[in-house]
Design a protein around this ligand. Structure first.
Ligand code: MIG
Length: 651
């Protein structure tokens, strides 16, 4: 990897390894305008462009236009240009001219046009004061990804319980709402490990408060659920309610920890709590202070959090009085949204951060805001808790992957967004985000039974497996769709596979490898594997080929090599050899089918209703292979390391 510097780039801390300076630009031609630095290169007909993390469309980014400018884009669709995170790393993999990788490291807006409108070129336009361009060479996309991952530092490692199944819904308010979820799952013998507390647990949406009537004694309540094997995971929003007596407001205001407006006063914008100030996460002192605020909840036995609204999302402000209406217009007129000039854009040009004694316009460093909130929380939780914490954020930039995971935001209950969940995973893994997943079943809109079951069969393999949905949508808990046996079957697979999934996650995190990768990473010479957009490898031994079409009981699967087909019916695994080439599989709604790579064996455990009941040690080998290298630790302390490997051998 080599770095070339343009202008006066902002230090993002995305890359943590020293990197030699490149003497001249490779692969791209460079042009400049008053406001843009433009990098362009031709794309061969067969070139695949991998990467770009949280962006819409397929694994291969060809044909699209993607704008790195973190945006609260509920109901995003295939052509939505900006989501919640900015991950400016891509790989061009051309069988005719070879592979290279490029990371455009700037917190300002960047636009990627990838064979956009058939241009036959990759064009990257960067705004802002400057950037660092990292270029990576290698034989394969996998090799380049590994080098990049080593450069950006080790991915965040969650506790084992975070790999259990989580239930969430915007609208749970009282202890009774949560009790109902616990009993709903336990009574139907569907495993469950954690439940998210959305904004209604707070007192009037004020961060680091608990609603006094709804949770008169949160500590006692959290302890009670903990006895039943369930943890509570509260949400924290970016905006701090302006209200004397709100301790977070008082201390933040007294110490100058909030972002400023043109007049040097704290910038005001309305979000859930009403008028708020935004913490200036660019100041190290503000980060340390904000991170320490989580103690209000860790003192009550909380070990996991999700950070929301940290693009930051803004409903309206004095600079953008029609904010909410403007956002509605963005949804109705996606063409306007496509320019990136959406309504919150005005806000982002109207507030400042204090960075090393200088005022910096938010817009210039916009894409780092959520990442720095994650860093503040992660560093805080590291101090507050003796062991590992669960943390996932909505907004992100590369670098945040060292402190927490992300979820992919407000998707919807549609087959298109189910597919998107699969497409997202490899690009996110390339950028270091391993602990990630989508709102299973979809956030907006109403999920039906079939969609939810098929979605669960995919998220059973994503590290973050959470059913979440919006206020006002159909009830989406797994016991709300008639016969619950199918749900118990699918989710129980996740728990049976935990010894394998956890081991592969840990190896991927500790060794800078992919946890979920496209087939083209492993079989770059195989044209069918390269073209495959609806199958993934999970760890080194498993290939998944989920059903992604409504009404489909069968699908075609491509096997680059001979494999073992595994069918899980809720009670047992049945295996049979499957030859190389195109195969048809039939998958009833209450079963899951996946594949083991040729000669592989994986460890599987016994039945469990929560991770407390999971033993990573008591396992059996599944598949024709005779050995497996299992990563093993206690799943909760920070005593992890690449050498915690044991060799399992078939008795
Ligand atoms: O303005 O907290 O993406 O998961 O349920 C919406 C309510 C705010 C957006 C998050 C979503 C969450 C919702 N939040």
């Amino acid at each position: 990897m080599k770095v070339i510097t343009y202008g006066t780039p902002f230090a993002t801390d995305a890359v943590v390894r020293p990197c030699p300076v490149g003497d001249q630009l490779q692969h791209f031609t460079y042009t400049e305008t008053d406001i843009l630095r433009i990098f362009s290169c031709p794309l061969g007909d067969k070139a695949i462009v991998y990467g770009l993390g949280e962006t819409m469309r397929g694994i291969n980014k060809r044909g699209g236009r993607y704008v790195s400018y973190n945006t609260d884009t509920a109901n995003h669709q295939e052509n939505t240009p900006s989501l919640y995170g900015s991950h400016n790393f891509l790989i061009v993999d051309d069988p005719d001219s070879g592979c290279f990788g490029a990371f455009f490291d700037t917190p300002s807006r960047v636009t990627f046009e990838v064979d956009w409108k058939g241009s036959g070129a990759l064009t990257v336009s960067c705004e802002g004061q400057g950037l660092r361009l990292y270029l990576l060479e290698g034989e394969t996309a996998a090799e380049i990804t590994h080098e990049f991952r080593e450069a950006i530092g080790r991915s965040y490692i969650p506790p084992l319980w975070a790999f259990g199944f989580g239930q969430s819904r915007w609208g749970y308010k009282t202890e009774k709402d949560f009790d109902d979820v616990v009993s709903g799952y336990r009574n139907h013998h569907i495993p469950l490990d954690w439940i998210c507390m959305d904004i209604d647990y707070m007192d009037r949406f004020i961060d680091f408060t608990v609603h006094p009537k709804r949770f008169p004694d949160l500590k006692a309540y959290a302890d009670k659920l903990r006895q039943e094997g369930v943890r509570l995971v509260p949400i924290i929003d970016a905006g701090i309610k302006i209200e004397p007596g709100n301790e977070t407001y008082d201390v933040g205001a007294a110490n100058g920890y909030f972002c400023l407006n043109h007049e040097g006063k704290p910038f005001q914008a309305a979000v859930w709590p009403g008028l708020t100030h935004f913490p200036d996460f660019f100041q190290p002192e503000a980060r340390a202070w904000f991170g320490s605020r989580y103690q209000v909840l860790t003192d009550k036995g909380i070990e996991g959090f999700w950070n929301d609204m940290n693009e930051p999302s803004i409903f309206y402000s004095e600079y953008n009085p029609k904010g909410a209406i403007g956002r509605l217009k963005d949804l109705i007129h996606p063409q306007e949204a496509e320019t990136g000039e959406n309504s919150t854009y005005q806000d982002y040009k109207n507030f400042y951060h204090r960075i090393d004694g200088e005022l910096v316009l938010h817009h210039e460093v916009h894409n780092l805001y959520g990442a720095l909130m994650t860093r503040a929380s992660g560093e805080g939780l590291e101090q507050l808790l003796p062991g590992r914490y669960l943390l996932f954020s909505r907004s992100s930039y590369i670098g945040a992957h060292r402190y927490g995971g992300i979820w992919t935001g407000d998707n919807s209950s549609s087959w298109a967004l189910l597919k998107q969940n699969l497409y997202h995973m490899p690009g996110l893994n390339m950028c270091g985000f391993l602990y990630t997943g989508a709102d299973t079943g979809g956030f907006g809109g109403n999920a039906d039974r079939e969609l939810l079951l098929r979605w669960l069969a995919l998220s059973a393999f994503t590290p973050l497996m959470r059913n979440h949905t919006a206020l006002g949508t159909r009830r989406q808990e797994c016991y709300q769709f008639g016969d619950t046996q199918a749900f118990a079957n699918v989710i129980s697979l996740r728990y049976r596979l935990l010894p394998y999934l956890y081991s592969e996650f840990m190896k991927a995190a500790l060794n800078g490898e992919m946890y979920m990768q496209p087939l083209g990473f492993v079989w770059p010479q195989d044209e069918n594997a390269r073209a495959c957009e609806d199958q993934l490898l999970v760890g080194q031994c498993v290939m998944i080929a989920p059903i992604l079409e409504q009404g489909a009981l069968t699908r075609k699967v491509y096997l680059p090599t001979p494999m073992t087909e595994v069918r899980w019916d809720g009670a047992r695994f049945r295996t049979r050899a499957a030859a190389q080439g195109w195969r048809d599989i039939t998958v009833p709604l209450d079963e899951v089918v996946f594949f083991l790579r040729d000669g592989a064996a994986i460890p599987v455990g016994g039945p469990a209703q929560c991770t407390d009941q999971v033993s990573l040690e008591q396992v059996q080998l599944l598949g024709p292979g005779s050995t497996y290298q299992q990563y093993l630790d206690d799943g909760q302390t920070r005593e992890y390391g690449p050498d915690h490997i044991r060799t399992l051998t078939r008795a």
